[in-house]
Design a protein around this ligand. Structure first.
Ligand code: SAH
Ligand code: SF4
Length: 409
């Protein structure tokens, strides 16, 4: 991939709400019960609630409306009341970067609940291919787990996103790529071919551990997959987890999206170091939960993610042990070349090592696509998501230290 980085764009065509609107609570991204409560709060009678929620739902999630004025099947008086009390604002797009391979990364600013003056930031990444478009969403600001190869885990500030904030990532993405009726998609040649949906798949592989934010993730998936609105089927929504065993069981029972498990090591000694959560839920318990995941078949497999770390987990013996471990589980194996980040102590396995590893896995009957790193030039690949402000702060600290050191001379 070429390494050209486009600077943050001027954000031209997407609808942005007026700033005075931002202060009002937004309805965009809410689930049906929350929408009903918002309508009730402005005096919509109970007998009308279902109908009104259905109307709003269609405008919000089919049309991607950013303005109550468009909602012509809702009477003028109610439209006005809605506009007086609510907005349809999305999370603010602080920057948009477009990689040389068409990957787009948005840095989104979220208000801190209960305190509009404080903000945190998350990243959201869109990866277009000819026959599909995948949106990688964040579920937390930062992550409390400290996997030793992951950049996100080094971020200090951590909070759960609300379901609304998770859904808004899809709204923002579809705004930005012109994917609602009436918008014009950018003509850059990267979007999926005609006939394919622009955002056909969603993966919870951005910042955070989705199963540590279970309720919001489950609620968001209900909105994202609703057939009357955003309509991304649960079979095309994948939740990636580092292995929170009790929540995997709940996820299968209550939500049933596709599951991806960040395995990364074939024995507990190594996995304890790479994914410290392994000390709590070791490999055997993790794989038992995977075996019990409902609805598994050859057409519905669990994805096992395996990051290729040079001289750490990438030997032929590791590959053979991996195949043995997964025996009997309908599985796909995703080998992920390690994405280095400043200060990390790992290196990515050499290409011929990855190929040898992949060949062993392939001979055992697993299609083992090596996930091509996308968007490396904009730090958008897995595990590189860490908000811009943290980076800026780190840089400021370095400069301060440098200045102090100079002063000391
Ligand atoms: N917390 C969840 C989901 C987000 S991380 C999880 O851990 O599964 C998404 C994927 O990126 C995980 O498989 C994670 O292990 C992997 N990853 C993290 N840092 C990486 C890095 N520097 N290079 C390659 N993959 C990485
Ligand atoms: Fe958190 Fe996943 Fe990164 Fe581990 S790999 S620190 S669980 S985001």
């Amino acid at each position: 991939m070429s390494e050209i980085t486009m600077p943050a764009q001027g954000l031209p065509s997407a609808p942005q709400p007026r700033s005075s609107e931002a202060a009002k609570p937004s309805l965009a991204g809410l689930a049906r019960p929350a929408l009903a409560a918002a309508l009730q709060a402005i005096g919509v009678p109970d007998r009308d609630l279902n109908m009104r929620v259905a109307q709003l739902w269609h405008w919000l999630y089919f049309h991607g409306a950013t303005d109550f004025e468009r909602m012509l099947n809702i009477g003028k008086a109610l439209r006005q009341r809605l506009a007086d009390h609510y907005s349809l604002a999305r999370a603010e797009v602080v920057s948009e970067q477009i990689s040389a391979d068409g990957t787009r990364k948005w840095l989104l600013r979220l208000a801190e609940p209960g305190d509009n003056r404080r903000h945190s930031e998350v990243e959201c990444v869109y990866i277009p291919e000819a026959d599909r478009g995948t949106l990688c969403v964040s579920s937390q600001v930062g992550c409390t787990l400290t996997c030793s190869f992951c950049h996100t885990g080094t971020q200090k500030l951590v909070r759960n996103l609300t379901a609304q904030e998770i859904v808004q990532q899809l709204l923002v993405a579809r705004d930005r790529i012109g994917d609602f009726p009436g918008l014009t998609p950018p003509q850059d040649g990267w979007l999926p071919q005609p006939g394919a949906r622009f955002v056909s798949n969603i993966v919870f592989m951005g910042m955070g551990e989705p199963l540590y934010n279970f309720d919001a993730v489950a609620e968001a998936i209900a909105v994202l997959s609703d057939g009357d609105g955003l309509s991304v089927s649960r079979r095309r929504i994948t939740v990636s987890t580092s292995g929170v065993v009790p929540q995997i069981i709940r996820l299968g029972r209550e939500v049933a999206p596709m599951l991806a498990v960040s395995l990364h090591a074939v024995n507990d000694v190594l996995r304890d170091q790479l994914v410290p959560l392994n000390k709590k839920y070791p490999i055997r318990d993790l794989l038992d939960a995977c075996r019990a995941y409902p609805g598994l078949s050859n057409a519905r497999r669990i994805t096992f993610e395996y990051v290729m770390l040079k001289d750490v987990n990438d030997s032929d013996a590791d590959a053979r042990a991996l195949v043995r471990l997964l025996k009997g589980i309908p599985a796909k194996i995703n080998l992920i070349p390690f994405n280095p980040w400043p200060g990390s102590r790992f290196a990515c396995s050499d290409w011929d090592r990855i190929e040898k590893f992949s060949a062993i896995v392939y001979r055992a009957g697993y299609a083992s696509p090596v996930r091509t790193p996308r968007g490396r030039d904009i730090l958008a690949a897995c595990g590189q998501l860490k908000s811009e402000s943290e980076r800026l702060r780190a840089r400021a600290r370095l400069m301060l230290e440098a200045a102090l050191a100079l002063g000391a001379d």
